[in-house]
Structures are given as structure tokens and as C-alpha cells.
Design a protein around this ligand. Structure first.
Ligand code: ADP
Ligand code: MG
Length: 377
């Protein structure tokens, strides 16, 4: 099994623990995206898989074998680095096949692998150029080609597209998808870009401060965030999080209250939780110029144009709430009435930030929508 398994894996530099107790399995053939803000330990985690960093504590298994002490060259991994790391004195062709030569493959084999990757990554005609005579996008494709020809079981990529402009990134992602479909490698892809993660991942492993926050499909990470951090990190603008003191089935903000429906009241009662945070995504708030029977009243503070919609930032009793609107008739200072969609809310324990889960009624519906909601973000 070409799977990767972390068992209580930790990494410290001196007294500083930068990766804290990772416990999860990356499945054979999946595209797993390691996502998280800068400095959260993504590269360190990837480099431990590659064998470029020692593991301080715990065990790492690949293909069912413990890898802690296995050198990088014996792990059957190919890696693409953020800065490409091409050999400057070698041509495109030499860069791509260098690793195969070292492994002493037959000439015929090397040539056929080279041919196929030159076509796939549109590098034909550039074989004899040096890296310095290539554009950023072309260098990136050479780095991808060099890793692809190895046809290793594990394909590791550290922010491989971050130096490309937005358009090139989209086309490079398509090429990566092609590579993955062709070779079905177990792919671990590091990025800090949530859009990239949502569009590319089979599953997302979201990290923060050296800890895994959630590991699930893009759909579930978006619709069923495991904690406040996940709810806020995924989605633009981020999920609104509001305190709801002494809730008793109401979300009370200052003088205003929103009554939760029976489904949620029952769910909260079963959880026996008292102190809660209320979460709602901007795209799941309805706006109106007239009051709702069960909603809030706010005042427009400012508006951001998102192209196909508008982010309307509102003041609600001194707290900021943002909603997405397709209409541009909102202006600063307007009174605005808004209502969170009950089936789209999230509740978290105040103390831990952990989700209290979702009523069963909602989980069924989400399963039905799994595929189409992938593109929601
Ligand atoms: P990411 O890739 O998510 O941005 P890294 O894995 O590169 O984060 O780094 C995680 C943390 O470990 C950071 O705080 C970084 O400063 C620290 N770190 C990384 N490498 C070293 C090192 N060689 N010595 C000390 N600290 C390091
Ligand atoms: Mg990094």
C-alpha cells in the first residue's frame, strides 16, 4: 500500500516544537493538500516524509514500513521545491533526466520517459536551453518534469506554483492533474492558498501552529468545519463568529436576539453545552431592506466589490458582520436587515473552539450535495 502514516510524529528544533503530534494517514493514490498559514509546519512535515528532516519523536510509515531511519534516496519519493532548485549549468533535458541517469535506467527507457513528459508539459523545443534562458513558468514546468519522470510512488510538492502568476497557476494545476491521473501517485501538496486547496484536493489537511486542525474533503472542510480556526481559514471573506452568551436557544447580540429553530435546540440540548460561539458564512446570510420576523438589524459600514458580488460589512451592536450580496444597492450608513440561513449555521464550544457537530437532518442533505458544493468557494 502506497500510503503514508504518521504515528505521534513530532519535530522540534531545540526547545521549540514546530510539529506537534501528527496522527493521520494519507491514502494510496490520493491528492492530499497540506494547507495552513505561513510558519505552521507544512514544509517541515513534507520534508520529514521526504527524509530531508529527522523525526524527533513518533513513527512515520510509508508502504507499511517504518521510515524514520531510511535515507531520502531509498524512500521512492520525488519532490518539487518552491524555488525549483534546477541545476543552473545543465540544460532542460539534462535537468530532467539527471535522476534517471543516476539510477542507471536503459537509454531507451530514459528517452521514452523524456518524450512523454516534454509533450505533457509543453517543453518541446526547449530541451537545449539553460534554466537562465527560461521564463518562471517554463522553469516551473521543468521542475515538475524532473520530478514526474522518476515515476515514484510518492510525489511531494512544496508550494510548487506560488511563483507563477494566476493564469499560469491554473494551467499548471491542470498539468498536475494530468500527471496524477496518469501515474496515480500518492501526492502530498503543500500550499497556503485555500482556493488552490479547494480546487485541487481529494482531501485537505489543515494545519495551524504545528497541529492538524482538520482532515477531510474540501466539501466537508467548507460545510462542516471541525473548529473555529477551520471555519475562519476557509472561505473569503471568512466565517462570521459571534459570541452568544446565555443562549437558551437564542443568539443574543447586545439588545437583539435570533431564535434558533427546534432542530438546533434539540442538538444543543443533546450536547449539554452551555457556552457557545455562533458561526455563519457571509454567503449564507440573507439581506433585506425590510425586517425579517426572526433576524437582526444592522448598519452598513462599508462595501467591497468582489466582481460577481459585494461584501457588505455591517455593524451589529458594535460587532462587525459581513454578508455577500449580489445587489449593489447597499450604501454606507444604510439600515440593513439580515437573517442567517438556519441550515447553514455552525456552533462551536467557546472554551475549545471545537464544533458541536450538526443535526442529523443536515448531514444527510450535505451528502447529497457533496459534488456540486465542491465549487462553492
Ligand atoms: P511552513 O512551511 O508551514 O511555512 P515550516 O515548516 O517551514 O512552515 O516552519 C515551521 C516552523 O519551524 C517555523 O516557525 C519556522 O521558523 C521553524 N523552523 C523551520 N526550520 C527551522 C530550523 N532549521 N531551525 C529552527 N526553526 C525552524
Ligand atoms: Mg513552507
Amino acid at each position: 500500500m502506497k500510503e503514508i502514516k504518521f504515528e505521534h510524529v513530532k519535530k522540534s528544533y531545540g526547545d521549540t516544537e514546530v510539529v506537534k503530534d501528527l496522527n493521520f494517514t494519507i491514502k494510496e493514490g490520493e491528492r492530499l493538500i497540506l494547507l495552513g498559514p505561513s510558519g505552521c509546519g507544512k514544509s517541515t512535515t513534507l520534508r520529514m516524509i521526504a527524509g530531508l528532516e529527522d523525526i524527533t519523536e513518533g513513527s512515520l510509515y510509508m508502504n507499511g514500513k517504518k521510515m524514520n531511519d531510511v535515507p531520502s534516496g531509498k524512500r521512492n519519493v520525488a519532490m518539487v521545491f518552491q524555488n525549483y532548485a534546477l541545476y543552473p549549468h545543465m540544460t532542460v533535458k539534462q535537468n530532467i533526466i539527471y535522476g534517471l541517469r543516476v539510477r542507471k535506467l536503459f537509454k531507451k527507457d530514459i528517452q521514452s520517459r523524456l518524450d512523454s513528459v516534454l509533450d505533457m508539459l509543453q517543453l518541446r523545443g526547449l530541451e537545449d536551453r539553460l534554466p537562465k534562458d527560461l521564463s518562471g513558468g517554463q522553469r516551473q514546468r521543468v521542475a515538475l518534469a524532473r520530478a514526474t519522470v522518476k515515476r515514484s510512488d510518492f510525489f511531494l510538492l512544496d508550494e510548487p506554483l506560488s511563483n507563477l502568476d494566476a493564469q499560469l497557476r491554473v494551467s499548471a494545476r491542470k498539468e498536475l492533474l494530468k500527471i496524477h491521473e496518469m501515474f496515480k501517485q500518492t501526492m502530498v501538496y503543500v500550499t497556503h492558498d485555500q482556493i488552490e486547496a479547494m480546487t485541487f484536493a481529494d482531501r485537505i489537511a489543515l494545519m495551524y501552529d504545528g497541529e492538524l486542525q482538520m482532515l477531510d474533503t474540501p466539501t466537508n472542510v467548507y460545510h462542516r468545519p471541525a473548529n473555529v480556526f477551520t471555519a475562519k481559514f476557509i472561505g473569503t471573506p471568512p466565517t462570521n463568529i459571534l459570541e452568544m452568551d446565555d443562549h437558551n436557544g437564542f443568539v443574543t447580540i447586545g439588545e437583539q436576539s435570533l431564535e434558533l429553530n427546534d432542530m438546533w435546540r434539540k442538538h444543543i440540548a443533546e450536547r449539554k453545552t452551555q457556552n457557545l460561539l455562533f458561526g455563519i458564512r457571509p454567503e449564507h446570510i440573507e439581506l433585506s431592506t425590510t425586517p425579517f420576523s426572526n433576524g437582526f438589524q444592522g448598519k452598513v459600514k462599508y462595501i467591497e466589490n468582489q466582481g460577481n458580488s459585494y461584501s457588505v460589512y455591517m455593524d451589529l451592536e458594535g460587532k462587525e458582520v459581513v454578508a455577500l450580496s449580489e445587489n449593489k444597492h447597499w450604501h454606507k450608513g444604510d439600515i440593513v436587515y439580515f437573517r442567517p440561513m438556519m441550515e447553514r449555521i455552525h456552533l462551536f464550544e467557546k472554551e475549545t473552539g471545537d464544533s458541536i457537530g450538526y443535526p442529523e437532518e443536515l448531514l444527510d442533505e450535505n451528502d447529497k450535495n457533496k459534488e456540486e458544493s465542491r465549487v462553492l468557494v
